[in-house]
Design a protein around this ligand. Structure first.
Ligand code: F6R
Length: 242
């Protein structure tokens, strides 16, 4: 695991975008795995700026998102489908048909959709997978206890995760109880992985990631078994390592 400690969220976002942009320059038809949440927002802003400045194009880029809440429409402002369009897709030249977000809206057959997503992922290779990390070590929505062999599935969110994500909703009752997520096995098949970790609320998480053992109790620890992982950590998140 390559660890890069940067000053703050701005620096993390610039470096995150540079790494993704160089992947796109190296292979303009690359496949990216994308994440939502607070961690990658600045990275997406920088990528949009690079696109506007003519430095990169998403014309032939394909994307697969990690996860989606179950039971809310794609038009819901907190759906990850909406998030991706709002933060990236609507501002660059990516083709809608080249973007993929798990489909978990009301009325869908969720288990069937999860199987379809795994089948799609098995037809492709993700060149670079972007990840955040939950305070409890989750990646995607693979909560503690998820087997490392897991493929895309519907997960019951832990109370901790629902509380952490409450900030995006009006109340805890509105936070979905389930999500569809790429499994750990899907994530581990990516050729390279870029994880972003920012803020004091992730300081203990960083200690667990960098000093803990590989265990399903802390899903992100599986990244120690991957040959090409870069983790960008800002000083606030790294503060308990000193
Ligand atoms: C989001 C995702 C989650 C987040 C994690 C951290 O697509 O898969 O694992 O990366 O919950 O979220 P933030 O970045 O909001 O702290």
């Amino acid at each position: 695991m390559k660890i890069v400690v940067v000053k703050n969220y701005d620096e993390l976002s610039k470096l995150g975008a540079e790494i993704i942009a160089s992947k796109i320059k190296e292979n303009p038809a690359c496949t990216l795995g994308l994440a939502t949440g607070s961690s990658p927002i600045g990275t997406y802003q920088n990528l949009v700026r690079m696109y506007e400045d003519g430095k990169i194009s998403f014309k032939d880029v394909k994307t697969y998102n990690l996860d989606e809440y179950c039971g809310i429409e794609r038009t819901h402002p907190q759906s990850y489908y909406y998030f991706m369009h709002d933060n990236l897709f609507n501002h660059v030249d990516i083709k809608e048909e080249n973007t993929h977000v798990p489909y978990a809206a009301p009325g869908g057959n969720l288990d069937e959709e999860a199987k379809k997503y795994t089948a799609e992922l098995n037809k492709t290779t993700i060149d670079l997978q972007l990840l955040g990390i939950g305070a409890n070590g989750h990646i995607g929505f693979n909560e503690p206890g998820t087997p490392f062999e897991q493929e895309t599935f519907v997960v019951t969110l832990t109370d901790k995760t629902r509380q952490d994500n409450k900030r995006f909703f009006n109340s805890i009752d509105e936070v979905p109880t389930h999500a569809m997520t790429m499994g750990i096995a899907n994530i581990m098949r990516a050729k390279s992985i870029l994880m972003l970790i920012s803020g004091t609320n992730k300081a203990d998480t960083v200690v667990n990631l960098l000093k803990g053992k590989v265990t399903t109790d802390f899903p992100a620890s599986v990244l120690n078994n991957h040959p090409d992982v870069t983790v960008i950590i800002d000083e606030a998140a790294y503060s308990k390592m000193n």
